[in-house]
Design a protein around this ligand. Structure first.
Ligand code: HSE
Length: 305
Protein backbone atom coordinates (compact mmCIF):
# COMPACT_ATOMS: atom_id res chain seq x y z
CA UNK A 1 0.00 0.00 0.00
CA UNK A 2 1.35 3.42 -1.02
CA UNK A 3 0.03 6.73 0.36
CA UNK A 4 1.10 10.21 -0.74
CA UNK A 5 0.27 13.59 0.87
CA UNK A 6 0.92 17.19 -0.08
CA UNK A 7 1.21 19.75 2.74
CA UNK A 8 1.45 23.53 2.27
CA UNK A 9 3.96 25.91 3.77
CA UNK A 10 2.59 28.40 6.28
CA UNK A 11 3.33 31.83 7.62
CA UNK A 12 2.45 32.49 11.24
CA UNK A 13 1.83 35.41 13.60
CA UNK A 14 1.24 37.94 10.77
CA UNK A 15 2.91 40.51 13.02
CA UNK A 16 0.89 41.04 16.21
CA UNK A 17 -1.09 37.76 16.23
CA UNK A 18 1.59 35.77 18.07
CA UNK A 19 0.72 32.05 18.20
CA UNK A 20 -2.80 32.86 16.91
CA UNK A 21 -2.80 33.89 13.23
CA UNK A 22 -1.56 31.61 10.46
CA UNK A 23 -1.97 31.29 6.69
CA UNK A 24 -1.28 28.44 4.27
CA UNK A 25 0.81 29.27 1.19
CA UNK A 26 1.37 27.76 -2.25
CA UNK A 27 4.78 26.17 -1.63
CA UNK A 28 4.48 22.47 -0.80
CA UNK A 29 6.23 19.46 0.70
CA UNK A 30 5.29 15.96 -0.41
CA UNK A 31 5.37 12.88 1.78
CA UNK A 32 4.94 9.27 0.72
CA UNK A 33 4.87 6.02 2.62
CA UNK A 34 4.79 2.45 1.39
CA UNK A 35 4.09 -0.49 3.66
CA UNK A 36 6.36 -3.42 2.80
CA UNK A 37 5.60 -6.23 5.26
CA UNK A 38 8.50 -8.40 4.10
CA UNK A 39 11.41 -5.94 4.07
CA UNK A 40 13.97 -5.76 6.86
CA UNK A 41 14.83 -2.05 7.03
CA UNK A 42 12.98 1.20 6.43
CA UNK A 43 14.40 3.30 3.63
CA UNK A 44 14.16 7.06 3.90
CA UNK A 45 14.34 8.72 0.49
CA UNK A 46 15.06 12.43 0.94
CA UNK A 47 14.69 14.95 -1.88
CA UNK A 48 14.91 18.74 -2.13
CA UNK A 49 15.72 21.15 0.72
CA UNK A 50 16.05 18.41 3.32
CA UNK A 51 18.03 15.96 1.19
CA UNK A 52 21.23 16.29 3.20
CA UNK A 53 20.00 17.71 6.49
CA UNK A 54 17.08 15.50 7.56
CA UNK A 55 17.75 12.41 9.68
CA UNK A 56 17.10 8.96 8.21
CA UNK A 57 16.18 7.34 11.52
CA UNK A 58 13.77 7.59 14.45
CA UNK A 59 14.78 11.27 14.90
CA UNK A 60 12.99 12.12 11.67
CA UNK A 61 9.99 14.33 12.48
CA UNK A 62 7.77 12.67 9.85
CA UNK A 63 8.57 9.31 11.37
CA UNK A 64 8.02 10.59 14.94
CA UNK A 65 4.64 12.04 13.97
CA UNK A 66 3.67 8.74 12.34
CA UNK A 67 4.68 6.98 15.57
CA UNK A 68 2.46 9.30 17.65
CA UNK A 69 -0.44 8.51 15.34
CA UNK A 70 0.17 4.73 15.52
CA UNK A 71 0.25 5.08 19.31
CA UNK A 72 -3.02 7.03 19.23
CA UNK A 73 -4.64 4.15 17.35
CA UNK A 74 -2.85 1.47 19.41
CA UNK A 75 -1.48 0.17 16.10
CA UNK A 76 1.70 -1.92 16.49
CA UNK A 77 2.06 -3.35 12.98
CA UNK A 78 4.15 -0.52 11.49
CA UNK A 79 7.75 0.11 12.55
CA UNK A 80 11.11 1.33 11.28
CA UNK A 81 11.62 -2.00 9.53
CA UNK A 82 8.67 -2.19 7.22
CA UNK A 83 7.99 1.30 5.88
CA UNK A 84 9.54 3.15 2.97
CA UNK A 85 9.26 6.89 3.54
CA UNK A 86 9.90 9.47 0.81
CA UNK A 87 10.15 13.13 1.81
CA UNK A 88 10.34 15.75 -0.92
CA UNK A 89 10.88 19.16 0.67
CA UNK A 90 10.42 22.44 -1.18
CA UNK A 91 9.91 24.44 2.03
CA UNK A 92 13.22 25.79 3.41
CA UNK A 93 14.17 24.16 6.74
CA UNK A 94 13.92 26.32 9.87
CA UNK A 95 13.23 29.34 7.70
CA UNK A 96 9.95 30.53 9.20
CA UNK A 97 7.66 28.88 6.65
CA UNK A 98 6.36 26.01 8.75
CA UNK A 99 8.68 23.25 7.53
CA UNK A 100 8.35 21.36 10.85
CA UNK A 101 4.57 21.76 10.93
CA UNK A 102 4.41 20.42 7.40
CA UNK A 103 6.47 17.35 8.40
CA UNK A 104 4.25 16.76 11.45
CA UNK A 105 1.00 17.12 9.49
CA UNK A 106 2.42 14.96 6.67
CA UNK A 107 3.42 12.21 9.10
CA UNK A 108 0.07 12.19 10.91
CA UNK A 109 -1.89 12.22 7.65
CA UNK A 110 0.12 9.30 6.20
CA UNK A 111 -0.19 7.21 9.36
CA UNK A 112 -3.89 8.01 9.59
CA UNK A 113 -4.50 6.48 6.15
CA UNK A 114 -2.43 3.38 7.06
CA UNK A 115 -4.66 3.02 10.14
CA UNK A 116 -7.92 3.17 8.19
CA UNK A 117 -8.39 6.91 7.60
CA UNK A 118 -10.46 7.50 10.74
CA UNK A 119 -9.25 10.97 11.74
CA UNK A 120 -10.96 14.09 10.44
CA UNK A 121 -9.04 17.33 9.91
CA UNK A 122 -9.81 18.65 13.41
CA UNK A 123 -8.38 15.50 14.95
CA UNK A 124 -5.29 15.69 12.73
CA UNK A 125 -4.82 19.30 13.89
CA UNK A 126 -5.26 18.27 17.55
CA UNK A 127 -2.56 15.62 17.28
CA UNK A 128 -0.30 18.04 15.39
CA UNK A 129 -0.65 20.73 18.07
CA UNK A 130 0.14 18.15 20.75
CA UNK A 131 3.42 17.41 18.97
CA UNK A 132 4.34 20.99 17.90
CA UNK A 133 3.06 22.85 20.97
CA UNK A 134 1.57 25.86 19.18
CA UNK A 135 -1.21 25.93 16.63
CA UNK A 136 -0.53 28.75 14.19
CA UNK A 137 1.45 26.73 11.62
CA UNK A 138 -0.27 23.37 12.22
CA UNK A 139 -3.86 24.62 11.78
CA UNK A 140 -3.41 26.30 8.36
CA UNK A 141 -1.21 23.38 7.20
CA UNK A 142 -4.17 21.08 7.94
CA UNK A 143 -7.11 23.22 6.82
CA UNK A 144 -5.54 25.71 4.38
CA UNK A 145 -6.57 29.35 4.22
CA UNK A 146 -6.10 32.18 6.66
CA UNK A 147 -6.87 31.05 10.19
CA UNK A 148 -7.35 32.40 13.68
CA UNK A 149 -6.38 29.63 16.09
CA UNK A 150 -7.78 29.87 19.61
CA UNK A 151 -6.01 27.07 21.45
CA UNK A 152 -7.86 25.90 24.53
CA UNK A 153 -6.29 25.20 27.92
CA UNK A 154 -6.10 21.46 27.24
CA UNK A 155 -3.65 22.22 24.44
CA UNK A 156 -5.85 21.06 21.58
CA UNK A 157 -6.78 23.32 18.69
CA UNK A 158 -9.90 24.77 20.29
CA UNK A 159 -11.67 27.28 18.10
CA UNK A 160 -10.55 27.79 14.51
CA UNK A 161 -11.95 30.71 12.54
CA UNK A 162 -11.36 30.87 8.79
CA UNK A 163 -11.04 34.43 7.52
CA UNK A 164 -11.81 35.32 3.89
CA UNK A 165 -8.81 34.53 1.69
CA UNK A 166 -7.16 37.87 0.86
CA UNK A 167 -6.96 38.73 -2.83
CA UNK A 168 -3.26 39.41 -2.36
CA UNK A 169 0.16 37.97 -3.14
CA UNK A 170 2.66 37.04 -0.45
CA UNK A 171 6.27 38.05 -1.11
CA UNK A 172 8.73 36.14 1.02
CA UNK A 173 12.47 36.41 1.51
CA UNK A 174 14.13 33.60 3.42
CA UNK A 175 17.72 34.26 4.56
CA UNK A 176 20.20 31.45 3.97
CA UNK A 177 20.78 30.86 7.71
CA UNK A 178 18.43 28.69 9.77
CA UNK A 179 16.72 29.84 12.96
CA UNK A 180 15.13 27.14 15.07
CA UNK A 181 11.76 28.04 16.58
CA UNK A 182 12.88 26.62 19.94
CA UNK A 183 15.77 29.10 20.06
CA UNK A 184 13.68 31.95 18.70
CA UNK A 185 11.12 31.37 21.51
CA UNK A 186 13.72 31.06 24.25
CA UNK A 187 14.83 34.64 23.75
CA UNK A 188 11.30 35.99 24.33
CA UNK A 189 10.55 37.50 27.76
CA UNK A 190 8.32 35.61 30.19
CA UNK A 191 6.28 38.78 30.85
CA UNK A 192 5.42 41.70 28.62
CA UNK A 193 4.51 45.25 29.43
CA UNK A 194 0.78 46.13 29.57
CA UNK A 195 1.33 49.05 27.18
CA UNK A 196 2.79 46.66 24.59
CA UNK A 197 -0.11 44.23 25.10
CA UNK A 198 -2.63 47.01 24.48
CA UNK A 199 -0.67 48.02 21.37
CA UNK A 200 -0.84 44.43 20.06
CA UNK A 201 -4.56 44.06 20.88
CA UNK A 202 -5.27 47.16 18.81
CA UNK A 203 -3.16 45.85 15.93
CA UNK A 204 -4.83 42.42 16.00
CA UNK A 205 -8.22 44.16 15.84
CA UNK A 206 -7.06 46.17 12.81
CA UNK A 207 -5.62 43.04 11.20
CA UNK A 208 -8.90 41.15 11.59
CA UNK A 209 -10.88 44.15 10.33
CA UNK A 210 -8.59 44.42 7.27
CA UNK A 211 -9.19 40.81 6.23
CA UNK A 212 -12.92 40.85 6.97
CA UNK A 213 -13.57 44.15 5.17
CA UNK A 214 -11.00 43.82 2.36
CA UNK A 215 -9.64 47.25 3.36
CA UNK A 216 -6.00 46.20 3.06
CA UNK A 217 -4.73 49.73 3.77
CA UNK A 218 -5.34 48.80 7.43
CA UNK A 219 -2.55 46.20 7.23
CA UNK A 220 0.24 48.77 7.46
CA UNK A 221 -0.66 49.36 11.10
CA UNK A 222 -2.40 46.02 11.54
CA UNK A 223 0.84 44.07 11.00
CA UNK A 224 2.83 45.99 13.62
CA UNK A 225 3.99 44.09 16.67
CA UNK A 226 5.61 44.84 20.01
CA UNK A 227 5.59 41.51 21.80
CA UNK A 228 7.92 39.23 19.81
CA UNK A 229 9.53 40.89 16.78
CA UNK A 230 11.53 43.48 18.77
CA UNK A 231 13.16 40.66 20.78
CA UNK A 232 13.90 38.62 17.67
CA UNK A 233 15.46 41.52 15.82
CA UNK A 234 18.93 40.75 17.15
CA UNK A 235 18.85 37.34 15.45
CA UNK A 236 17.71 38.65 12.07
CA UNK A 237 20.11 41.20 10.58
CA UNK A 238 18.39 44.33 9.24
CA UNK A 239 14.94 42.97 10.13
CA UNK A 240 13.35 46.39 10.63
CA UNK A 241 15.02 47.84 7.53
CA UNK A 242 13.68 45.00 5.36
CA UNK A 243 10.19 45.38 6.86
CA UNK A 244 10.27 49.12 6.10
CA UNK A 245 11.68 48.50 2.61
CA UNK A 246 8.79 46.16 1.75
CA UNK A 247 6.20 48.75 2.82
CA UNK A 248 8.03 51.62 1.06
CA UNK A 249 8.11 49.51 -2.11
CA UNK A 250 4.32 49.18 -2.01
CA UNK A 251 3.42 46.29 0.32
CA UNK A 252 0.28 46.74 2.42
CA UNK A 253 2.12 45.30 5.41
CA UNK A 254 5.16 43.20 6.34
CA UNK A 255 6.18 41.00 9.26
CA UNK A 256 8.63 38.40 10.51
CA UNK A 257 7.23 35.11 9.21
CA UNK A 258 6.58 32.84 12.21
CA UNK A 259 9.67 32.78 14.39
CA UNK A 260 11.81 33.93 11.46
CA UNK A 261 14.20 34.48 9.88
CA UNK A 262 11.95 34.85 6.78
CA UNK A 263 10.18 38.14 6.22
CA UNK A 264 6.79 38.15 4.54
CA UNK A 265 4.82 40.96 2.99
CA UNK A 266 1.26 41.04 1.68
CA UNK A 267 0.71 43.08 -1.47
CA UNK A 268 -1.28 43.63 -4.65
CA UNK A 269 -0.27 41.40 -7.58
CA UNK A 270 1.01 44.35 -9.63
CA UNK A 271 3.50 45.37 -6.91
CA UNK A 272 4.88 41.93 -6.03
CA UNK A 273 7.95 41.87 -8.30
CA UNK A 274 9.10 45.36 -7.28
CA UNK A 275 8.70 44.56 -3.60
CA UNK A 276 10.62 41.33 -4.05
CA UNK A 277 13.49 43.14 -5.79
CA UNK A 278 13.62 45.84 -3.10
CA UNK A 279 13.68 43.31 -0.23
CA UNK A 280 16.42 41.23 -1.89
CA UNK A 281 18.48 44.37 -2.57
CA UNK A 282 18.19 45.56 1.01
CA UNK A 283 19.33 42.25 2.40
CA UNK A 284 22.14 41.96 -0.15
CA UNK A 285 23.43 45.29 1.12
CA UNK A 286 23.64 43.66 4.56
CA UNK A 287 25.51 40.69 3.00
CA UNK A 288 22.58 38.35 3.69
CA UNK A 289 21.78 36.03 0.77
CA UNK A 290 18.14 35.06 0.49
CA UNK A 291 15.78 32.75 -1.34
CA UNK A 292 12.71 34.58 -2.46
CA UNK A 293 9.19 33.55 -3.41
CA UNK A 294 6.01 35.19 -4.64
CA UNK A 295 3.22 32.94 -3.39
CA UNK A 296 -0.55 32.68 -3.32
CA UNK A 297 -2.67 31.61 -0.39
CA UNK A 298 -3.45 27.89 -0.33
CA UNK A 299 -7.10 27.10 0.33
CA UNK A 300 -6.94 23.31 0.79
CA UNK A 301 -4.34 22.43 3.40
CA UNK A 302 -3.15 18.83 3.52
CA UNK A 303 -4.41 16.77 0.58
CA UNK A 304 -3.98 13.16 -0.47
CA UNK A 305 -2.38 12.89 -3.91
N1 HSE B 1 4.13 31.46 16.65
C1 HSE B 1 5.39 30.78 16.72
C2 HSE B 1 6.46 31.72 17.20
C3 HSE B 1 5.87 30.25 15.39
O1 HSE B 1 6.44 32.88 16.79
O2 HSE B 1 7.32 31.30 17.96
C4 HSE B 1 4.93 29.41 14.65
O3 HSE B 1 4.28 28.43 15.34
Amino acid sequence: MKVKMRVPSTTANLGPGFDVFGAALSLYNEFEVEYLPNVKKTIFVLKGEGQKALPKNEKNLVWQSMQETFKFFGEKKYNLKNLNITINTNIPLSGGLGSSASAIVGGIALANVLCGDKLNKSQIADLGIKIEGHPDNIVPAVFGGLCICGKDERGTHGTVVHLPLPKLKVVLCVPSFELRTKHSRQILPKCVNLKDVVFNISRVALLTAAFCSGDYELLKKGMQDKIHQPYREKMVPAMNEVLETAVSAGAYGAFLSGSGPAIASFCAKKDAVNIQKAMIKKWKKESVSVKSYILNFDAKGVVRM
